[in-house]
Write a protein that binds this ligand. Structure first.
Ligand code: NDP
Length: 349
């Protein structure tokens, strides 16, 4: 059989990745051996961390090697099982990457119950981005009722959840996003108190007006100009969970340490000292111990209608590279997913 497809990393991008770095090619569908499963990818999650995996240098995770299939979280259907505990037709959360089919020995798979929640949520609000929002805000941001929380990339996979959890903690929430419709979405549909567009010329002034009592928690997703505008607004003993810096992901490796130069670092550290701030970098994979708490609380918030989410679904593996570029440019509206194959849960019985 050769009617599978995959996307390989064929060159390390400098700047925006495109089809010269990520090549779609046909693939023979592999045959499962004893103790193995054949998986068919239904949904592929596209996430900002993937840009780091395309660089040659090790970050907190190993880079993808040239010639290897790009990594990624997936929802898959078991097509053929030679492994106890799994049967054809099961839907699983997997890490099959940017391809239509994959083999698995069952390691790291989680069975999904489509009656409990749409299976796409396992890659979004009930999955890695949701857990990131949950631990980043609650464990590292430690918000208290009445405090002001600012979140950047506010309309995205992580940001939309951060703001709503902060509202559930009794906080005042200000979102920062890059388009008027994204700002309207977080205020009108998600209940944030205010939102500011960082592309507006008077962004820093508008942000300051929206946070007139200062900022107690800044959930940092982007870095760059947004970080520079929020930092002076931080209140004494403020907390900054450092989740991501997407504004810098396409920078050359040599630029990353020098962003803003030494004077900016001096200014930042000055404010960290005098305001007694806590900046805390965190990586979601260090927080597996919180998964059960997260699934319990998030399941309850979704069932009760206290928390909402938006997904942005593009069709076909061949759309993945363009969609990933869109993620780095702000074209996605909510959690970005690629539908790679037919979703059996949406088929008429
Ligand atoms: P999103 O769904 O939020 O998509 C990315 C968004 O980032 C874009 O839509 C865009 O929104 C915004 N963006 C892109 N470029 C810039 C820029 N130059 N300046 C400001 N905003 C920009 O992605 P996620 O919610 O999945 O990820 C958000 C952040 O969280 C990322 O930095 C990611 O790396 C990080 N993350 C970290 C994890 C961890 O373990 N620490 C785990 C998961 C995610 P806009 O239109 O508003 O510009």
């Amino acid at each position: 059989m050769s009617d599978g497809k995959r996307i390989l990393l064929t060159a390390h991008p400098e700047g925006m990745p495109d089809e010269t770095h990520l090549r779609l090619e046909p693939m023979a569908i592999p045959r499962p051996g004893p103790g193995e499963l054949l998986l068919r990818t239904v949904y592929l999650s596209l996430d900002p961390y993937m840009r780091g995996r395309m660089n040659p240098a090790k970050s907190y995770a190993q880079p993808v090697k040239l010639g290897e299939t790009m990594v990624g979280g997936t929802v898959c259907e078991v097509i053929e099982s030679h492994l106890d505990g799994f049967a054809a037709g099961d839907l699983v959360l997997a890490a099959a990457g940017w391809q239509t089919h994959a083999l698995s020995d069952g390691t790291g798979l989680r069975k999904l119950d489509p009656r409990a929640a749409p299976v796409t949520t396992a890659l979004g609000v009930m999955g890695m981005p949701g857990l990131t929002a949950y631990v980043g805000l609650l464990d590292h941001g430690r918000p208290k009722p009445g405090e002001t929380v600012v979140v950047s990339a506010a309309a995205g996979a992580v940001g939309q959840i951060v703001g709503q959890i902060a509202k559930l903690q009794g906080c005042r929430v200000v979102g920062v996003a890059g388009a008027p419709d994204k700002c309207a979405y977080v205020v009108e549909e998600l209940g944030f108190d205010a939102a500011v567009n960082y592309r507006d010329v008077d962004f820093a002034k508008r942000l300051s007006q929206a946070c007139d009592g200062g900022v107690d928690v800044y959930f940092e997703n982007v870095g760059g100009a947004v970080f520079n505008a929020v930092l002076p607004l931080m209140n004494d003993f403020g907390r900054i969970p450092v989740c991501g810096r997407i504004a810098h992901y396409n920078n050359a490796a040599s630029d990353k340490g020098a962003e803003g130069g030494a004077s900016e670092l001096v200014r930042t550290m000055g404010l960290v000292l005098v305001r007694r701030l806590t900046l805390r970098g965190f990586i979601v994979s260090d927080h597996a111990d919180r998964l059960d708490d997260f699934l319990r609380d998030m399941g309850e918030w979704l069932r009760s209608g206290q928390l909402r989410y938006r997904e942005d679904l593009v069709q076909g593996l061949e759309s993945a590279v363009g969609a990933f570029q869109g993620l780095l440019e702000g074209r996605n509206r909510g959690k970005l997913l690629v539908q790679v194959g037919t979703d059996p849960t949406l088929q008429p019985a």
